[in-house]
Design a protein around this ligand. Structure first.
Ligand code: ADP
Length: 182
């Protein structure tokens, strides 16, 4: 599913983030940038040890923020390591931290004049963020950013399961309905 926003395309696909040919891909990292399971492990395995060498030099990233490294053997040129929140009860600033992780990633891509960026569904795996609420925060943040900045031409969400794809599609359909009337 694709949507046009201020000259850019917001796209939802089902797939594997490590295979994306966008200028950068985003990693759902932890604050120590220590690697791990899920999408983080897949990116380091596919990209090779150069990415971890650079992560070690950076020495961590606070929750809600992001840092950039090169992408080793991946097709993308850069990896943006974004740190989403661990979800507890929704009352500990999780939504603002998740939005901030997306926003910071977009800012880094924008500052580097990258044209395309691919995101996974940050925080909704091991970090336990409910998918529908996360999709809502993620998609709203991207829409707001694209409305306020021209430069990034493609934002692609790469969803790893049919279920996630369906949830993101439903949320984007709702958001696009609101945008038409706003
Ligand atoms: P977090 O710790 O931020 O929750 P996870 O990696 O555990 O991060 O999960 C985030 C999302 O990434 C989950 O929906 C998971 O299914 C998905 N995921 C795992 N591997 C990949 C991959 N190779 N490409 C895209 N998404 C992936």
């Amino acid at each position: 599913m694709d949507m046009n926003i201020n000259g850019a395309v917001l796209s939802l696909v089902r797939g594997d983030i490590t295979l994306q040919d966008t200028d950068c891909i985003v990693n759902a990292a932890n604050s120590r940038l220590a690697g791990g399971g899920g999408v983080d492990g897949a990116i380091h395995r596919a990209g090779g040890p150069e990415i971890m060498d650079e992560c070690r030099k950076i020495k961590g990233c606070p929750t809600g923020s992001a840092v950039v490294t090169k992408a080793g053997k991946l097709k993308a040129r850069y990896v943006i390591h974004a740190v989403g929140p661990i979800y507890r009860d929704g009352g500990r600033g999780e939504e603002e931290l998740l939005k901030s992780a997306y926003r910071k990633s977009l800012e880094l891509a924008f500052e580097k004049e990258l044209k395309s960026i691919a995101f996974p569904s940050i925080s909704t795996g091991a970090y336990g963020y409910p998918v529908e609420a996360a999709a809502c925060a993620a998609l709203k943040t991207v829409v707001d950013f694209l409305r306020g900045h021209r430069g990034i031409e493609l934002v692609r969400f790469v969803l790893f399961s049919d279920r996630d794809m369906n949830v993101y599609r439903g949320v984007l359909e709702k958001i696009s309905g609101c945008l038409l009337t706003s």
